[in-house]
Design a protein around this ligand. Structure first.
Ligand code: HEM
Ligand SMILES: *[C@@H]1O[C@H](CO)[C@@H](O)[C@H](O)[C@H]1NC(C)=O
Ligand SMILES: *[C@@H]1O[C@H](CO)[C@@H](O)[C@H](O)[C@H]1NC(C)=O
Length: 319
């Protein structure tokens, strides 16, 4: 018998590609490897220097990337100054007198362009890398940043007003807000962990500490010491007691009803996200891994690729 050994044929199964369904078409972690291998090390050096000088700047840089991505995608629209034709996003509700770090981005851009010897690195990618390097410098998780975004030639204050989440939102509004940019409930909880670092101004949590009942009374009393019921609107309070350390104290505090913003406590208020908040408060590894995943996902929101947009020479202006 010709087939006595039972094997007449070999079946070759060739797996041509194994690409996650959610992965972007063109963004790639090695985008600058050939054209400017020094780009990422230079961004890291500047971010590390700046954050070591002022820890809060790490928080401010993380927030810049978030506020960029939520408004018509990660395209550096947030960095454009207003002109006669551009309705800048810097004065939108969540941004005006609040966003920081624009000078740091300028510094990174000029150093990167100098080292690369050409304008090849986009402002949008600089924001994504600076956010990651900031988190790492403050003790958080690292991840590989996908790159190849290009910069917008437009901005919209109206779109920023509509797209950015507000601190007085309840859970359903927050979920809708994130759904609008393709992010789910897990992304909402994980990314809110960005409030592991940085500060809020008094006007954003005043109503919470004076009027809300789902709050630890001792925490409320302490916050009132520096945030009066009238006036003092720009006084700062840390989101958690370790504002310069990317840890899980933010989530531990939510479980104790010590969320600073109404929108922070909304994540632990007897609804569907309680379990995930509890999990992150106990398992630092679970938070670290989900935060990294969600940051990559946020970084994929509507990037300009290929020949769309431009590589800005100055992050504040179109070419
Ligand atoms: C879930 C909805 C969110 C709301 C309603 C919200 C709201 C706010 C508000 C009101 C502030 C204080 C701004 C000020 O007083 O000047 C703030 C700060 C901050 N936010 Fe959020 N945020 C949200 C999500 C996020 C996400 C997803 C990230 C990043 C992944 C993030 C990162 C930060 C950081 C790091 C700061 C501190 C910035 C600094 O100290 O300069 N936030 N946020
Ligand atoms: C932004 O804040 C400044 C005060 O620093 C204020 O004069 C201006 O009207 C604000 N812009 C908007 C659009 O609210
Ligand atoms: C507390 O709530 C009342 C009634 O809504 C409001 O008038 C007041 O401004 C709030 N207090 C603070 C500090 O926000």
């Amino acid at each position: 018998m010709a087939n006595s050994n039972g094997f007449s044929y070999f079946l070759f199964v060739i797996v041509v590609m194994s690409v996650a369904a959610t992965s972007s078409d063109a963004l790639s972690t090695t985008f600058y490897q050939k054209v400017c291998p020094q780009a990422l090390p230079v961004i890291k050096r500047v971010v590390t220097d700046v954050v070591n000088r002022e820890r809060r700047m790490g928080a401010s840089l993380l927030r810049l990337h978030f506020h960029d991505c939520f408004v018509n995608g990660c395209d550096a629209s947030v960095l454009l100054d207003s002109t006669s034709t551009i309705d800048g996003e810097k004065t939108a509700f969540g941004n005006n007198n609040s966003l920081r770090g624009f000078e740091v981005v300028d510094k990174i851009k000029s150093e990167v362009d100098r080292v690369c010897g050409a304008q090849v690195v986009s402002c949008a990618d600089i924001l994504a890398v600076a956010a990651r390097d900031s988190v790492v410098q403050l003790g958080g998780q690292t991840w590989k940043v996908e790159l190849g975004r290009r910069d917008s030639t437009t901005a919209s204050r109206t779109d920023a007003n509509n797209a950015l989440p507000a601190p007085f939102m309840d859970l359903p509004a927050l979920k809708t807000n994130f759904q609008n940019v393709g992010l789910d409930e897990t992304d909402l909880v994980a990314l809110s962990g960005g409030h592991a670092i940085g500060y809020s101004q008094c006007n954003n949590f005043k109503n919470r500490i004076y009027n809300e009942s789902n709050i630890d009374p001792l925490f409320a009393r302490n916050r009132k010491l520096t945030c009066p019921s009238s006036g003092g609107d720009t006084r700062l309070a840390p989101f958690d007691p370790t504002a310069a350390k990317f840890d899980t104290l933010y989530f531990k505090n939510l479980v104790k009803r010590r969320g600073l913003l109404h929108s922070d406590q909304a994540l632990f208020n007897g609804e569907s996200t309680d379990a995930l908040v509890k999990k992150y408060s106990i398992h630092a590894g679970a938070f670290a891994s989900d935060f990294a995943k969600s940051m990559i996902k946020m970084g994929r929101i509507k990037p300009l690729e290929g020949n769309s947009g431009q590589i800005r020479i100055n992050c504040r202006r179109t070419n």
